[in-house]
Design a protein around this ligand. Structure first.
Ligand code: ADP
Ligand code: MG
Length: 239
C-alpha cells in the first residue's frame, strides 16, 4: 500500500520562534523522498507534523485524498521509525512488533500473519523470541522497522535511522532500506543531514535551509544543477 502526500503552505512556529515558513511539497505514491539539510533546519519538525507528533501552525497535510493534519497520530496511515529504537526491553521481538496492533484490536490471526511477513521481509524470523538487549544494533534497527511494517502504513517516515550505527553497518543498512523500498513499494520519507545517504537513497531530494525548501529534485539534478549557492556548497562538500 502506498499513497501520495501533499504538504500545502505549512508553517510552524514555537511561540514566537518561526521554524518552518510556507512549505509546499507533493510526494508521489511509492516515492522515496529524502529531507536533506543541516542540523536545526526543521527536517524533524516537518516529519513530526506529518506523523502527528507536532501540530501544524498553518497549512494542511493530506495522505492520499484524506486531509490528516487534524487527525490523531494513529489514524493518519503513516508509521514513524525513530532514531533511538524505543523498543520495550521486557518484551520479545514478536511482542514488540505486535503490541501496537493489539492496542487497536487487530484480530490475533492477522497479527501473527503481519508479524511473520515483517520478520521474513527483514530476515529476523529467527529472533522473534529474543529480548531487545540480546540483539545487535543492526538487529534492533530491523525490529524498529518491523514495528512500522506491521501497521501496513501508506507511508513510512524515517528520522535519521542510520545515525546511531557504525560506518560499515550504516552502509549495509542503507542498501537494505533501498531493497525494502523496492519490495514494499511504499511511500517513504527519510530525514538526514548526510549528503551521501540522500544521494544513494532518494528518488527526489528536498534540500532544506533557513526555514525554507531550497530545492527539490532528483539526486542527479541537485548535484549537476544546484539552484542556489547554499545547495551547491552543501551537496558539493565532502561528507
Ligand atoms: P532538524 O531535525 O533539521 O535538525 P528540528 O526540526 O529538530 O531540526 O528543529 C528545527 C528548529 O526548531 C531548531 O531551531 C530547534 O531548536 C527548534 N525546535 C524544535 N523543537 C522545538 C520545541 N519543542 N520547542 C522550541 N523549539 C524547537
Ligand atoms: Mg532532526
Amino acid at each position: 500500500m502506498s499513497a501520495s502526500i501533499e504538504i500545502a503552505n505549512v508553517t510552524k512556529r514555537y511561540g514566537t520562534l518561526s521554524v518552518l515558513d510556507d512549505i509546499s511539497l507533493s510526494i508521489k505514491p511509492g516515492e522515496f523522498v529524502v529531507f536533506l539539510g543541516p542540523s536545526g533546519c526543521g527536517k524533524s519538525t516537518l516529519l513530526r507534523m506529518i506523523a502527528g507528533l507536532e501540530d501544524v501552525t498553518q497549512g494542511t497535510i493530506a495522505v492520499g485524498d484524506q486531509r490528516i493534519d487534524t487527525l490523531p497520530p494513529g489514524k493518519r496511515g503513516v508509521a514513524m521509525v525513530f532514531q533511538s529504537y524505543a523498543l520495550y526491553p521486557h518484551m520479545t521481538v514478536a511482542q514488540n512488533m505486535s503490541f501496537g496492533l493489539e492496542n487497536i484490536k487487530v484480530p490475533k490471526k492477522e497479527i501473527v500473519r503481519r508479524v511473520r511477513f515483517a520478520a521474513e521481509t527483514l530476515e529476523i524470523a529467527h529472533l522473534l523470541d529474543r529480548k531487545p538487549q540480546k540483539l545487535s544494533g543492526g538487529q534492533r534497527q530491523r525490529v524498529a522497522i518491523g514495528r512500522a511494517i506491521v501497521k501496513e502504513p501508506k507511508a513510512f517516515l524515517f528520522d535519521e535511522p542510520l545515525s546511531n550505527l557504525d560506518a560499515a553497518l550504516r552502509g549495509r543498512t542503507r542498501l537494505e532500506l533501498a531493497q525494502l523500498h523496492t519490495r514494499l513499494g511504499s511511500t517513504m520519507i527519510f530525514v538526514t543531514h548526510d549528503q551521501v545517504e540522500a544521494m544513494t537513497l532518494a528518488d527526489r531530494i528536498v534540500v532544506m535551509h533557513n526555514r525554507k525548501i531550497e530545492q527539490i529534485g532528483t539526486p542527479i539534478a541537485i548535484y549537476r544543477r544546484p539552484a542556489t549557492r547554499f545547495v551547491a556548497g552543501f551537496v558539493g562538500s565532502p561528507a
